[in-house]
Design a protein around this ligand. Structure first.
Ligand code: HEM
Length: 220
């Protein structure tokens, strides 16, 4: 099926609609705030971050609210993108060919759809970690509302919260590296919305064929 509305003049194609970009940046900005304040509470060495972000009390209060905004944005991403993030046979082949990806030999990679297998992994990693962060975070925020709260339950919640946060930090570092440095043109797509045809053909050839109507396969 062709998507002519995604083809825009001057050799570019639309990769992210305004709504997708807005949701992405609500997630991005709230995550960076959560990261700063969360690290400040985690280690005394990083407590200066809380001072820089408005003081200990403000940071503690806003951390919880920013958490709700972040989870809301991730949930909206799920609604927008989950059908396109399903694992396919091409994704299995993509993981097997990872060494070519990391050495920039894109021509040896199995063709990716709108998202490659690594991007799908990031998406699901953030999705599941957000659920864990939400459940443990709500409990730590107001334990008195949970009849079964105890010191042990608090310790488990802290462990779950910190582990899920650490996992997302790993994902986030890779995401920043890939989005800003490794794939030239990707950053512009979450700002302006478009990518060059060369970018689309190089990194997401199956998706490109779909939008120009060269393939009848469903959108991945
Ligand atoms: C704050 C700094 C961030 C930057 C600079 C950034 C950058 C980018 C870029 C450049 C893309 C487009 C990649 C492409 O289509 O080729 C993208 C997509 C995406 N971003 Fe972010 N992002 C940030 C934060 C986040 C956060 C916190 C999340 C967590 C929910 C997130 C989740 C995603 C997802 C799921 C996509 C689509 C799939 C993918 O490309 O991995 N981003 N981001």
């Amino acid at each position: 099926m062709s998507h002519p509305q995604q083809i825009i003049p001057h050799g570019h194609v639309l990769r992210y609609t305004l709504r997708e970009r807005l949701v992405h940046w609500i997630a991005g900005v709230s995550y960076v705030y959560l990261l700063g304040t969360g690290l400040a509470f985690w280690s005394p060495w990083l407590f200066w971050l809380a001072a820089a972000l408005g003081g200990a009390q403000v940071s503690r209060t806003l951390h919880s609210w920013a958490g709700l905004i972040f989870v809301g944005a991730v949930w909206y991403m799920y609604v927008m993108w989950a059908p396109q993030m399903k694992h396919t046979d091409d994704d299995r082949r993509w993981w097997k060919a990872l060494k070519y990806y990391s050495t920039n030999q894109d021509e040896k990679m199995p063709p990716a759809g709108r998202y490659n297998a690594g991007q799908k992994f990031l998406f699901w990693g953030f999705f599941w970690c957000s659920l864990l962060l939400l459940l443990s975070g709500v409990f730590l925020w107001a334990p008195q509302y949970f009849a079964w709260h105890s010191l042990l339950a608090m310790r488990i919640a802290v462990l779950v919260h910190a582990s899920a946060a650490l996992f997302t930090i790993g994902l986030f570092m890779i995401h920043l590296y890939m989005g800003i440095f490794a794939e030239r043109g990707a950053f512009g797509s979450v700002i302006r919305g478009d990518v060059s045809i060369a970018f689309a053909k190089r990194y997401h050839p199956t998706w490109y064929k779909e939008i120009v109507g060269e393939s009848s396969s469903p959108r991945k």
